[in-house]
Design a protein around this ligand. Sequence first.
Ligand code: SF4
Length: 338
Amino acid sequence: MNLSKLKDILKSEPDFRVRQIEKAIYKDFCENWNEVTTLPLKLREILNKEIDISINGKILKSEGSDSLKALIKLDDEITVETVLLMHKDGRRTVCVSSQAGCASGCIFCKTGKLGFKRNLRVEEIILQALFFSRYLKKQNMRITNVVFMGMGEPLLNYDNVLDSIKILNDKNKFDISQRKISVSTCGIIEKIKLLAEKKLQINLAISINAPNDNIRQKIMPIAYKYQLNELLSAANYYIKKTNRRIMFEYVLLKGINDKSEYAQELAKKIKGLLCFVNLIPYNGEDQNKKPSLKSINEFKEILLINQIPVTQRYRFGTDIKAACGQLVFLKEKNNYLK
Ligand code: SF4
């Protein structure tokens, strides 16, 4: 979907046409121009010829249907993945990708293994929310939440991510409250500070994964560039500026970062911050990295004893490989989406 020709096509039309078209695309989720009956027939015919608003995507359902994963092919044939999570409480969360591939190379992440291809443009990020909005419309539902937790590091595509958030939040477009939009970063300190200045009401998640630089560097190459104490002070700055609670994500990896002493060390470092920890037991292909139930529970218990609130991520859609980058990884290997 490329709307770049729109300005030219509408140059002799009244101003309100732009608003009609934006409403049709971003609020009514029309899939083709014939559905936009507010436009004159002649204009619809031109638009049908000149601007294709279809989305080249394919859905995979998990058995329990609690999540749907889609692969979306972009104009230059690059494929990105996006996931719709259907929560029992009625939330319908879309997890969007912000980059094709990722340069950060975290060892527990498939996307990291793909390497970096390019940043996604604003319309390519929005396309993902649009894809599932169109799907849900057929069931009289809408997406309620958006998380930037798919492929890529959102803060390394800062401007496009921020512009996408504006469109998602816009009352005349998706109309999703900022509090229902989350951005997850591996810890790009200067961008966290920049984002803090914006004083948005979005949720910030920081992928921390270790209680010290030594362990962090083993699993997240980005930790060589950004020291943990500086990251925590950026987190503190963000909290002070926005008064928003931060989520620290911690992927538990057996024998690497799941020992009780690490839970103690982490608790000591983040105590007093307006935050909570989301524990994510590793669930990838490498069986050796899967933590035991005992170590998960002990880790959780120690944080709780230290008055650090803890959640544990529910494992959605494991049968469709709904963890970041897994489907595209398969596709790269096996030509999965033809
Ligand atoms: S976890 Fe996020 S930042 Fe790390 S490699 Fe994967 S996509 Fe990139």
